[in-house]
Ligand binder design. Structure first.
Ligand code: DC
Length: 225
């Protein structure tokens, strides 16, 4: 393996970032880090302990007292909190509905960004989220901003939910996605925004393989620099 580069993948909810990041990391032999899972893990714990997801100070105290581990696995990543496997639990509707609030708290974000930078110190990393190219890894050699239409993202989430036994109609999913887009782009603390040096990819009519190959081609060019 070469020394590797840092690849930052940002974009709105359900744009396929995790799927693409996992495949890209696997093809390049890189480490995959899903930063959304860290906000979800904190949200899961806050809900369990009845902590207000809008209370920045309370969330920071909680975050200081828990250990979130992201471990590589065949499927991409195992998420543990204080040793408990919460990989599936963090995808519940309850966590999904509350995570934008947690992720909007400025002190929470500051701590998460510090943790995420530490995770990316090894070379050869693909990190996905909302602020990776703009705040977490501003010097990443390759930045991707991925999106797709709301309808296409809802259709992809619908198919994914089917495999997880989660039942939401297409209408509800379009509404969920539009609400999360609004919360993620309009929050004060590092809102979702395309980095000025990011490659923009509209994946609406592309296959997963096509998107992954496009990113790998860009990565090969960056490695030669
Ligand atoms: O990608 P996801 O749906 O698992 O992300 C969950 C939430 O966390 C989403 O509402 C946006 C937020 N998030 C963030 O603000 N910054 C990140 N780097 C990753 C996720």
């Amino acid at each position: 393996m070469d020394n590797g580069i840092q690849i930052a993948i940002d974009g709105p909810a359900a744009a396929g970032k995790s799927t693409i990041a996992k495949i890209t990391a696997s093809k390049l032999g890189y480490t995959y880090i899903d930063t959304g899972a860290m906000y979800r893990a904190l949200t899961y714990k806050a809900l369990e302990e009845h902590i207000d997801v809008y209370n920045d100070d309370a969330l920071v105290s909680l975050l200081e007292g828990i250990v979130i581990d992201l471990l590589p696995s065949e499927e991409g990543q195992i998420v543990r909190v204080n040793g408990e496997d919460i990989t599936e639990a963090i995808r519940s509707q309850e966590v999904t509905s509350n995570v934008s609030a947690t992720a909007a708290q400025p002190r929470v974000r500051k701590m998460m960004v510090e943790k995420q930078r530490l995770l990316a110190t090894t070379k050869g990393v693909v990190m996905d989220g909302r602020d990776i190219g703009t705040a977490v890894l501003p010097d990443a050699e390759l930045k991707i901003f991925m999106t797709a239409s709301v309808e296409e993202r809802a259709a992809r989430r619908f198919a994914e939910n089917n495999t997880r036994g989660i039942h939401r109609s297409m209408e509800e999913l379009c509404q969920d996605i539009a609400t999360r887009d609004k919360a993620d782009t309009e929050r004060k603390a590092s809102p979702l925004k395309q980095a000025s040096d990011a490659v923009f990819i509209d994946t609406t009519s592309m296959t997963i393989e096509e998107v992954a190959d496009t990113i790998i081609q860009h990565a090969e060019k960056r490695k030669q620099r």
